[in-house]
Design a protein around this ligand. Structure first.
Ligand code: NAD
Ligand code: IPM
Ligand code: MN
Length: 355
């Protein structure tokens, strides 16, 4: 099992170090050999090679069975040419590997109820939402895009475009996911305003014909943003486009305690999957041993399950995370009045022990 690891920038190397230790211990416990190679992406890649996604990194990813990523970006690189920003590295590798389906499961660990910002009666109903975000299309990649001048003033523009085949394949992934869960799928769009959303909705409705067992609903994105915090228990699987999915998944993260808890899997067809926490490089806490490594550790569990079909190993990691939380250990982002404050390393070590 060949794994390409890209720690990236900011807290990336700190959280990934804990993740790799977990992987090693799982290998020992279950008798697997994980062949890990490191590659550069993002700001560190710019510093060393001049570009955020060196060819060697693309090759290393394609030669692997799965890819792990920490995070990219930071203030140091905010001022450079947008064409070579760190974030372009991440967008580039998603595109190179055709990772069109981004699964972002947001569930609330019962131990973290006190870290959740919602009213206790809402939390009691349970939060278990799966955001299925389209990842290689939409306004992130649409052409034309750019900046220029019009009537003597500056303009900037992007294009939100979805093609039928792109909508069809992400809808299928979402229906399949819903089928394995509570069989409810909510497609989120802005069909009351955007043409692209009208086509999105039409195609999703057509795909639904193959999934009569799944209940399909539609919601405008502004309402969905509100409903997600008003009553998240109404959602099972949400399917949406690239930009809406980016925003809604950060929102879903906070209702489950912290963005430091949310893992993700980015999947395509035929290429290795990419697994990463949904958060960024957290420059405000980088280098201070404050980052929560659990989103990364849970992303590794997703990798074991989705890329290597190692369900027991994945469940073992998830159980160890639960046990660690039951012991009251908390990084700052999930701290409550009864918790014991620990750093990134101590949290990682506790998970190791519990494995
Ligand atoms: P961010 O997710 O990095 O941070 C937002 C807030 O959440 C910060 O207060 C941060 O301290 C906190 N946070 C994030 N992860 C945490 C963790 N594991 N433990 C504890 N607290 C955590 O978002 P941002 O500040 O908007 O972006 C910072 C940089 O990261 C930018 O350059 C952005 O482009 C980049 N970014 C990268 C990714 C990625 O690599 N997948 C995702 C989002 C943002
Ligand atoms: C994410 C991030 C990325 C995105 C950025 C860093 C390109 O916010 O993974 O959620 O917008 O997809
Ligand atoms: Mn994001």
């Amino acid at each position: 099992m060949k794994i390409c690891v890209m720690p990236g920038d900011g807290i990336g190397p700190e959280i990934m170090a804990q993740g790799i230790k977990v992987l090693e211990v799982i290998g020992k416990k279950f008798g697997h050999v994980f062949d890990v190679t490191e590659a550069l992406i993002g700001g560190v890649a710019i510093d060393e090679t001049g570009v955020p996604l060196p060819d060697a990194t693309v090759k290393a990813c394609k030669d692997s069975d799965a890819v792990l990523l920490g995070a990219v970006g930071g203030p140091k690189w905010d001022i450079i040419d947008p064409a070579i920003r760190p974030e372009r590295g991440l967008l580039g590798i998603r595109k190179e590997l055709s990772l069109f389906a981004n699964l972002r499961p947001a569930s609330l660990f019962s131990q973290l109820k006190k870290a959740c910002f919602l009213r206790p009666d809402i939390v009691e109903k349970g939060i278990d939402v799966m955001v299925v975000r389209e990842l290689t299309g939409g306004i992130y990649f649409g052409e034309p895009r750019g900046t220029g001048e019009e009537n003597g003033e500056r303009i900037g523009y992007n294009t939100m475009v979805y093609r039928e085949h792109e909508i069809k394949r992400i809808a299928k992934v979402a229906f399949e996911a819903a089928r394995k869960r509570s069989k409810r799928l909510c497609s989120v769009d802005k069909a009351n305003v955007l043409d692209v959303s009208r086509v999105w909705r039409e195609v999703v409705i057509e795909v639904a014909a193959d999934y009569p067992d799944v209940e399909l609903s539609h919601m405008y994105v502004d309402n969905a943003a509100m409903q997600l915090v008003r009553d998240p228990s109404q959602f099972d699987v949400i399917v949406t486009g690239n930009l809406f999915g980016d925003i809604l998944s950060d929102e879903a993260a906070v209702i489950t305690g912290s963005i430091g808890m949310l893992p993700s899997a980015s999947l395509g067809e035929g290429n290795p999957g990419l697994f990463e926490p949904i958060h960024g490089s957290a420059p405000d806490i980088a280098g201070q041993d404050k980052a929560n490594p659990l989103a990364t550790i849970l992303s590794i569990a997703m990798m074991l399950r989705y890329s290597f079909n190692l369900a027991d190993e994945a469940a073992c990691i998830e159980a160890a995370v639960e046990k660690t939380l039951s012991q009251g250990l908390r990084t700052g982002d999930i701290m409550d009045e009864d918790g014991t404050l620990v750093g990134c390393v101590e949290m990682g070590e506790a998970v190791l022990k519990n494995i």
